[in-house]
Design a protein around this ligand. Sequence first.
Ligand SMILES: *Cc1c(COP(=O)(O)O)cnc(C)c1O
Length: 361
Amino acid sequence: MSRVYNFSAGPSMLPEQVLRQAAEEMLDYKGTGESVMEMSHRSKEYAAIIEECETRLRRVMEIPDNYKVLFLQGGASSQFAMVPLNLMTKNRKADYVITGQWAKKAYKEAARFGDCHVVASSEDKTFSYIPKLDPAAFTPDADYFHICMNNTIYGTKYHTLPDTGNVPLVADVSSCILSEPIDVSRFGLLYAGAQKNMGPAGLTVVIVREDLIGEPQEGTPTMFTYSTHADNGSMFNTPPTYAIYICMKVLQWIEEEVGGLAEMKKISEKKAGLLYDFLDQSKLFKGTVERDSRSLMNIPFVTGDDELDKKFVAAAKDAGFINLKGHRTVGGMRASIYNAMPVEGVEKLVSFMKKFEEENK
Ligand SMILES: *Cc1c(COP(=O)(O)O)cnc(C)c1O
């Protein structure tokens, strides 16, 4: 067996320990004689799994008691609609910051359901920075203020949160959740597709302050109503059972192997630092993002020559570093180094890049 270093933006690597445990438990979960995949979501064995997943997530992220944790399906993309349908209910206004394609998609979807205002955008420079936000441009009576905290495609991240006063801050944290501690109490709602840092695709996690779960807009489907899921412990219908089980194991790995999110952050910074330090001194490769907006998770870079970029991506693949091709709107390369990417994977990638630079002077 040989495993590659997968630098995909998502779905991405999972900790090897999690995969091994899942393999061991595949045919017979703890003496039940069945796989978790085959198990009734109403069984007591499964109840213990989903409970442990929530308990661990609450502990790891220090989620305050007045927040609900929902385990949903439909991806982060469904939240682009669920957020406005459930939160844009008082004044039917919301503020959006456009920092990339996901933020833009979130804005476009929400604009179908109310009056959405673009506070700032970094599209003028291919989303290579997080724009400075002027509170005078915020809508004082907005129902919420939406940001995409880490911009997966462009490799930018908010290093300070906007101060939105009494307006609830809503954030798409799909590609940065669990990579470092975050103060949940600063937010009204957080959402994330699991396939980057939490587990397999198919699970979407929503963390929402209880007082924001109210009557949705008229005509909102039952499945798109937060209270449906909040009132039923995410068991209104069949939840993504296996993905929740793997997420529980990932959280166990973070707590017991890594030592929590403060430790995870040190590792994230170490990995990103290795790559940024190399890029900053390289004569061939260049990072594409402004220094003070850099992401710890997604690092785009280019050589400035499309043919050379292609050659690099192909050579890297042959050497066991896969999915380094950048997004088509940026070109070049992107290394996504989520939690499960070992430090060693980044060290080896940097050595490979050095060698490639030597050979392509
Ligand atoms: C991947 C990603 C999405 C899309 O997630 P789906 O689960 O595929 O809908 C949305 N936002 C961000 C920031 C992402 O990284």
